[in-house]
Ligand binder design. Structure first.
Ligand code: ATP
Length: 331
């Protein structure tokens, strides 16, 4: 039996997180869920954004399925998502972006995996105001952080039989920080002569992705570029409702969709649960339950292909629980 911490989150979080739990349970896997929440609702009740009970549960179980948690813009406290990634040192954020059947993706043939450095860059939260009119944010790139994301990327590419790794950067302007990042990706690439290695400047990469996504395979980049490019690439495959993610550390995995808490559609059963369900398949792979993970993937593929149960973001009118039930029935 595996113990997994389930964080429902807020906004559409509980709708998609419990949908994913139902789908995982439908495979018959022996998981005991430890359900503990964090976020604004918990703060109102307990005065803590991240309760001690949640930190203890994550420390003990080291496998987490997480719904999105709102980060209010410009309110002066740190994002809970970023805090968890830094506290548990989940240095690799992995986001597979693949065209699924019958979706509104502009492209038919996208099959990308974004590796985003997850703990440093501009997400260190080192910001200050110099005076009334000037504010500063500090971007930190370390050799350790860059080496381990580069190693994780190439290891994954080799294991999965991927052909090419593209390092994305802005080293023409940020010569020292992004330059150090590139030093590391170049160094690691030398250990993998069978995998093609190339570099692209981030602005050009955006244009390349919206014109020729089929030319790219595995991408590795510092934190902020990874955040932006994975949302951009989500649009290529039919939107945020479809794209899963994993935050991996040396002995911990926190699995969550790329999307946020989508307050505009929360509580209306409009949320597409597939991104969170696909994140749960990455979690099952991580705990060695590959066969069950594949069964879920097949069920999702088959429901999307049939097209009778699609949520509004995919051009249908199915409610969150209807598509979830259809996937559970296929399993
Ligand atoms: P964050 O900053 O927390 O990542 P965000 O500002 O990027 O959040 P999201 O919450 O991800 O925003 O939502 C962006 C848009 O995508 C919203 O219009 C939202 O309704 C839509 N969206 C996000 N997730 C889903 C989903 N699972 N199903 C349907 N629509 C979604």
């Amino acid at each position: 039996m595996t113990k997994v911490t389930l964080i429902p989150g807020d906004g559409i979080g509980p709708e998609v997180a419990f949908a994913a739990k139902d789908v995982v349970d439908a495979t018959g896997v022996d998981i005991e869920w430890d359900i503990v929440n964090a976020g604004a609702d918990i703060y109102e009740k307990t005065g803590e954004f991240i309760p001690e009970a949640l930190l203890k549960s994550i420390e003990k179980n080291r496998v987490v399925l997480k719904g999105p948690i709102t980060t209010p813009i410009g309110k002066g406290f740190r994002s809970i998502n970023v805090t968890l990634r830094q506290k548990f040192d989940t240095y690799a954020n992995i986001r597979p972006l693949k065209t699924m059947p019958g979706t509104k993706g502009v492209f038919e043939n996208v099959d990308l995996v974004v590796f985003r450095e997850n703990t440093e860059g501009l997400y260190m939260g080192i910001e200050h105001r110099i005076n009334e009119d000037v504010a500063e944010a500090i971007k930190v790139i370390t050799r350790k952080g860059s080496m381990r994301i580069a190693e994780e990327t190439f290891k994954y590419a080799k294991e999965k039989g991927r052909k090419k790794v593209t390092a994305v950067h802005k080293a023409n302007i940020m010569k020292i920080t992004d330059g150090l990042f590139l030093d590391c990706t170049r160094k690691v690439s030398k250990d993998y002569p069978d995998i093609e290695y190339e570099e692209k400047i981030v602005d050009n990469m955006c244009m390349q992705l919206v014109m020729y996504p089929e030319r790219y395979d595995v991408l590795v980049m510092p934190n902020l570029y990874g955040d932006i490019l994975s949302d951009l690439a989500s649009g290529l495959v039919g939107g945020l409702g479809l794209v899963p993610g994993a935050n991996i550390g040396s002995d911990i995995g926190i699995f969550e969709a790329v999307h946020g808490s989508a307050p505009d559609i929360a509580g209306k059963s409009l949320a597409n649960p597939i991104a969170c369900i696909m994140s749960s398949t990455m979690m099952l792979d991580y705990i060695g339950e590959r066969e069950r993970a594949n069964r879920i993937r097949k069920a999702v593929w088959s429901v999307l292909k049939e097209g009778r149960h699609r949520t509004k973001d995919l051009g249908g009118n199915a409610r969150t629980e209807e598509i979830t039930k259809a996937i559970c029935e296929k399993i």
